[in-house]
Design a protein around this ligand. Structure first.
Ligand SMILES: NC(=O)c1ccc[n+]([C@@H]2O[C@H](COP(=O)([O-])OP(=O)(O)OC[C@H]3O[C@@H](n4cnc5c(N)ncnc54)[C@H](OP(=O)(O)O)[C@@H]3O)[C@@H](O)[C@H]2O)c1
Length: 320
């Protein structure tokens, strides 16, 4: 197969493109002929900080295409079906093997490229807001990293559930583009104080829930923006910096800090039902993931560089 691969952590330049042996099809797995690869925020974080489990390491969590073959213990998925696949690595290739429990059927007529971008972003956002964040109608949510994949999903889901949505992005032009997706108030995190703006927007009350995709130094401002008994949902560290929480900051405001790790629950019947509902809502036009740019798989270095440096709006996709 043709694949992006690397041998050591680092920037996009550590990635190579070339011929590798095809994936071995385990008994409980399905083999996908990849049509569209969604570059996830975690693909970049892994390349930077997670030592490769084996080398050459083919990165990538998520890709969609037609099922080419199934192992003998597969019962639910058939050859020829269109699915989105998830796995801990391997999506940056023209063949992607995933356990059957990580394959999600794409509804008839749905655009495969759009479907390829949905599961991780919307599943993660849903869990942060509702499954573990307990967001209720009328509450106020602050989304740190609103113009990224998980952020765009969180804005749409929160707004459609009747929450007031505040989100951050690097500049005002990006915030303006979030308004049609449900944004009520935007904060340009490079030029404005998040805590001061939230204070003004909430009449000094603070927000009910923070969903943090960025980590890094922004954590203190997000903690300061929460009301007493607020919930801080830890999703990711797109800044590449893993922060620490102030022990007494948590005590003083009686905050709840909760981690979200959707990937570790994507095999469950609950996650399958949730993603079927997300696909159905996307098919009706209620939910969408904007596609910023498309690259060929052979241009993987340029594609990752674009995601890292160009502040894409939504997802960047690759095709073999
Ligand atoms: N826990 C889980 O289950 C789970 C699931 C999915 C993803 N994640 C993690 O969540 C993170 C986001 O994933 P993603 O797919 O949404 O990534 P993405 O599409 O690349 O978006 C990253 C976002 O982070 C924002 N950002 C970067 N630096 C920032 C800063 N200093 N202050 C505020 N915002 C900043 C960017 O905003 P601008 O471009 O406007 O600067 C961008 O919107 C990644 O670290 C990923 O590993 C975790």
């Amino acid at each position: 197969m043709k694949a992006i691969h690397y041998f050591e952590n680092g920037g996009p330049e550590v990635m190579h493109y070339g011929e590798l042996p095809d994936p071995v099809l385990e008994d409980d797995c399905v083999l996908i002929a990849v049509e569209w690869i969604s570059i996830e925020g975690g693909d970049l974080l892994n390349r930077l900080v997670t030592p490769p489990a084996h080398t050459p390491f083919v990165p990538g969590y998520q890709a969609a295409g037609k099922v080419l073959a199934v192992g003998p213990r597969v019962t639910r998925v058939a050859v020829g079906e269109s699915v989105v696949g998830f796995n801990w690595c391997g999506s940056h290739a023209d063949l992607f093997a995933v356990p059957e429990h990580f394959a999600y059927a794409i509804p008839e007529g749905m655009d495969v490229k759009q479907a390829a971008a949905l599961p991780i972003a919307f599943g993660t956002a849903y869990d942060a807001l509702f499954t573990y964040g307990d967001l209720r109608e009328g509450e106020t949510v602050l989304v740190q990293g609103g113009a990224g994949g998980v952020g765009l999903a969180a804005i749409q889901l929160a707004a459609q559930a009747g929450a007031k949505v505040i989100a951050t992005a690097s500049d005002a032009a990006r915030l303006e583009r979030l308004v049609p997706y449900g944004l009520d108030h935007g904060i340009a995190y490079r030029s404005e104080s998040i805590a001061e703006r939230v204070d003004a927007l909430t009449g000094g009350e603070g927000v009910d829930i923070v969903v943090d995709m960025a980590g890094g130094k922004g954590v203190d401002a997000l903690m300061a923006s929460l009301r007493r008994h607020g919930r801080y949902m830890v999703v990711g560290a797109a800044t590449g910096e893993v922060p620490q929480f102030g022990f007494f900051d948590v005590i003083n405001k009686a905050l709840a800090i909760k981690g979200v790790t959707f990937g570790r629950e994507m095999h469950t019947p609950r996650a399958h039902a949730l993603l079927a509902e997300i696909f159905a809502r996307a098919a009706k036009g209620e939910l969408a993931m904007p596609i910023d740019r498309e690259f060929a798989l052979s241009e993987g270095v340029a594609a990752h560089t674009h995601v890292a440096n160009a502040h894409p709006f939504g997802r960047v996709m690759m095709h073999p």
